[in-house]
Design a protein around this ligand. Structure first.
Ligand code: PLP
Length: 435
């Protein structure tokens, strides 16, 4: 079968096939991949690795290299697995989450003069495309509890020029999507969910990332699961555009209507208002393996993270002024990608900067993963006035500078979790006493 998205000739079982054009993997490459994934040293390691190397050399005599390395059957299998997991039919595996955003922004035909509403606190990736293409970014203030975009503030910031709203499920905690979808419908605005942290989260029974017009997930190495370092999935709920996602991933190649005497055609892709030219966001078969295997265990990973959060929360419970990570409820099922710790500065007698320093001293690394986007120089460089924007996001200013930090949560031992929770209590007690 010819891949509709693939430009390899893929001539199959002819006498002289033309499978792919580049050098494939050899046994040395394969051995190095094993060594890379399973690092170690010492006599025992060398001995086992020697056996593996010999076995791989023997295998090499009776096997073939994989043939296709990009956009092949492994990518399709990974997409099938993700489709099942999310309950969608057009999950498309792209280079990273940001590539998914780009496809959505291209579909929206984002151009200078358009306005895009993003939350004040997120990662630069959320807004890079509109910023680069001269659209005006409008920063919605955040909900003080979740740090997610506040739907009430979004509504206030809608204008006739608003083209897109981009809710970000920070830390994998679902944004309150109902009011956002309502606003979007009323004003005929597209919604792109930044679900970089939220693969597996649920909002009112729906998978997060499948509620808006577009959703994009990240499998970068720091997220809950990874497709060997980099990767993203983009999906759309726009019926007409769903089948076009794969072409949007690879230059708009169309194998169904080839030009005369040739293999394929290239066409522009129908966007919301006009056609756009696609780019290249292709992924490898090896990345796809990582995505499929880790998607198969993502539920256990989330459960393990939840267990860790509960250990910390049980210790912090009842301590005045300490506001632990929300465990969610039936309507808000998080992925526990980040542990968000907040304090009430009035009760604690100091703000989070004091707490952060105390925790560092006790050996607990803690960093607020995301800051106010409008404080980055690039926003100023593009002609925005950060001070002016800050005045429109008072909650963001308050929570970022005074109230919250993030704690490590995954991959820690129970002892480390207990130590961390106790260190928080001790630090806050010191603050209360003015030490
Ligand atoms: C990591 C991240 C992204 C970007 O993901 P990539 O896969 O690296 O492109 C987008 N938004 C948020 C909030 C993120 O943390």
């Amino acid at each position: 079968m010819k891949q509709t998205t693939d430009f390899r000739y893929n001539t199959g079982a002819s006498k002289v096939p033309w499978p792919a054009v580049g050098e494939n993997y050899n046994v040395k490459d394969a051995t190095e991949v094993v060594k890379f994934l399973m690092k170690g040293e010492g006599k025992k390691y060398d001995k086992i690795m020697g056996k593996i190397s010999k076995n791989l050399n023997d295998l090499d005599k009776i096997t073939n290299p994989p043939g296709k390395l990009s956009l092949g059957s492994e990518v399709e299998k990974a997409e099938d697995t993700v489709n099942k997991f999310l309950g969608v039919d057009n999950a498309t595996f792209v280079m990273n989450c940001t590539s998914g955003f780009e496809i959505a922004y291209k579909y929206a035909n984002i151009k200078p003069g358009d306005e895009v509403i993003v939350p004040a606190i997120t990662f630069i990736a959320t807004m890079a495309y509109p910023l680069a293409h001269g659209a005006k970014l409008v920063f919605a203030d955040v909900d003080p509890k979740t740090l997610n975009m506040d739907p009430n503030d979004v509504e206030k910031k809608i204008t006739a020029k608003t083209k897109m709203i981009v809710p970000v499920h920070i830390g994998g905690y679902p944004v309150d999507m109902d009011p956002i979808m309502k606003i979007a419908k009323k004003h005929k605005i597209l919604v792109l969910e930044d679900a970089a942290h939220a693969f597996g989260a649920k909002y009112k029974g729906k998978m997060v990332g499948t509620i808006g017009d577009f959703g994009s997930y990240s499998f970068h190495e720091v997220k809950n699961i990874t497709s060997f370092g980099e990767g993203g999935i983009v999906t759309t709920s726009i019926k007409k555009f769903g089948p076009e996602l794969k072409r949007a991933r690879f230059f708009g190649l169309d194998f169904t209507k080839p030009i005369k005497n040739w293999l394929y055609n290239v066409t522009a892709i129908e966007g919301k208002e006009k056609k756009f030219v696609a780019a290249n966001y292709s992924t490898t078969e090896i990345q796809a393996l990582g995505l499929r295997l880790q998607t198969e265990r993502v539920k256990q990973i989330i459960a393990e993270r939840k267990r860790a959060v509960k250990i910390v929360n049980d210790i912090l419970k009842g301590h005045k002024g300490i506001i632990p990570q929300s465990m969610g409820n039936r309507d808000y099922v998080p992925t526990f990608h980040l542990y968000q710790l907040q304090i009430d500065p009035k009760i604690c007698g100091g703000d989070v900067q004091v707490l952060k320093a105390k925790l560092e001293k006790k050996g607990v690394t803690n960093i607020p993963h995301f800051g106010p986007l409008y404080r980055f120089q690039v926003v100023k460089d593009m002609g925005y006035d950060p001070e002016k924007i800050a005045k429109t996001c008072p909650v963001c200013e308050e929570v970022f500078y005074k109230r919250f930090t993030h704690l490590p949560i995954y991959g820690l031992t129970d002892e480390q979790l207990v130590y961390m929770a106790n260190a928080i209590i001790e630090s806050v007690e010191e603050m209360k006493k003015g030490i």
